[in-house]
Design a binder for this molecule. Structure first.
Ligand code: SAM
Length: 360
């Protein structure tokens, strides 16, 4: 590594942009080391995937164990698991004790367990099974704008997912994991004057079930593609809200359930380009009539907590779909073009904002 070594004079610089070769923009690391870590991201992603798939974090949930025991409990090779946990210990996923040859969970490790509140295990599985290979085609996307996934899978992502029940299940499970990103925004929804809420692209109903449990006056409809919404029945039943929340299968490019006083589109429009969003918003506008409320839960570029999440999701949209993350000005113009007035943007403690609009 030939990068400059860390020196007090460089790391103590505070004013203005970091000079070229500075370590202050690199978490105290030499730029070449910091870059090498970024470039190695694809290997680390796969390492996280294989330990998630093997269930290594789950077998450590009760406490540290000898590496050999963790390997035999998960059916993998001890010598190779030892090397993986040593690498991932540097990323704070595991705590590896070389002297005792034991492994436990590091500060991030519980997020790879299957049943923690902030679990990302299903994201690890779905991203590596579905997103990883397409991203090798980002070079072509950069030139022709065709999402890398569409080229790799031979069709648009959601059409490909629809072909196999396991893909639908895996995608819904990953979306369930990512609910943690949206929880602050869902908690911030002002539903006091809402009677009937339609959740557009509501997947397996997890979000609407939670909202209905919290707001006992609320009636609701989970709307999604027919094969997706089929998975909502058990979720609504388990939440005990089937007397107030129903399901409706359909295609939001054709029509959405009419007559509700409010519509929610959580993490939906960022999947689509402006023309496609205009069609979806038009279908909602037609179904809603005038003076209905529309709540969008989305990132607003440059606003809200954790702006790095919007930057990462924008990359996901580029590689996998036609969508993108949008600024406040983008949202205003998209909404006004479809007959909605943007009322306000509510920042939350999470990376997502609530964009409130009214149909005109
Ligand atoms: C990114 S997920 C968001 C799910 C959910 N709102 C959430 O926040 O977890 C996008 C959802 O849009 C649904 N979807 C995609 N195309 C659709 C279409 N043409 N009509 C209705 N729903 C669609 C997908 O099935 C998926 O559940």
């Amino acid at each position: 590594m030939n990068g400059p070594s860390t020196s007090a004079s460089v790391t103590s610089a505070t004013a203005g942009p970091a000079p070229a070769g500075s370590t202050s923009a690199c978490g105290g690391r030499a730029p070449a080391v910091a870059m090498l870590r970024l470039l190695a991201g694809f290997q680390v992603s796969q390492a996280l995937y294989v330990v998630a798939r093997a269930g290594v974090a789950d077998v450590l949930a009760a406490g540290p164990r000898p590496v050999a025991e963790a390997a035999s409990a998960t059916g993998v090779r001890t010598d190779l698991l030892r090397r993986l946990v040593r690498t991932l210990a540097a990323e704070h996923v595991f705590a590896f004790d070389a002297d005792q040859d034991t492994v436990g969970l590091g500060p991030l490790g519980h997020t790879l367990c299957s049943d923690t509140d902030d679990s990302l295990r299903d994201v690890a599985l779905m991203w590596m099974d579905t997103h990883y290979a397409p991203f090798a085609g980002l070079w072509s996307t950069l030139h022709d704008g065709v999402p890398a996934a569409e080229r790799e899978l031979g069709k648009p992502l959601f059409d490909w997912i629809a072909e196999e029940p396991e893909r639908v299940e895996g995608f819904s499970a990953a979306m369930g994991n990512l609910l943690a990103l949206r929880q602050d925004a869902l908690d911030s929804l002002d539903l006091r004057k809402v009677h009937h809420l339609v959740d557009i692209g509501g997947a397996d109903g997890t979000a609407l079930a939670a909202l209905a449990r919290r707001h006992e006056w609320l009636w609701g409809t989970v709307f999604d593609l027919p094969h997706v919404v089929a998975g909502a029945e058990p979720v609504l039943r388990a939440a005990g809200v089937t007397d107030r929340v129903g399901t409706w299968g359909g295609d939001f490019f054709e029509s959405v359930p009419p007559g509700a006083d409010a519509y929610l589109a959580c993490f939906i429009l960022h999947d689509w380009n402006d023309d496609q969003c205009a069609v979806i918003l038009d279908r909602i506008r037609r179904a809603a009539g005038s003076r209905a409320r529309l709540f969008l839960v989305e990132t607003v570029v440059g606003e809200g907590a954790a702006p790095e999440v919007a930057a990462l999701l924008d990359l996901t949209m580029m590689g996998m779909l036609n969508g993108r993350e949008r600024s406040r000005a983008d949202w205003r113009s998209l909404l006004s073009g479809a007959g909605f007035r943007l009322d306000r943007v509510v920042a939350t403690n999470g990376p997502m904002c609530v964009i409130e609009a009214t149909s005109l």
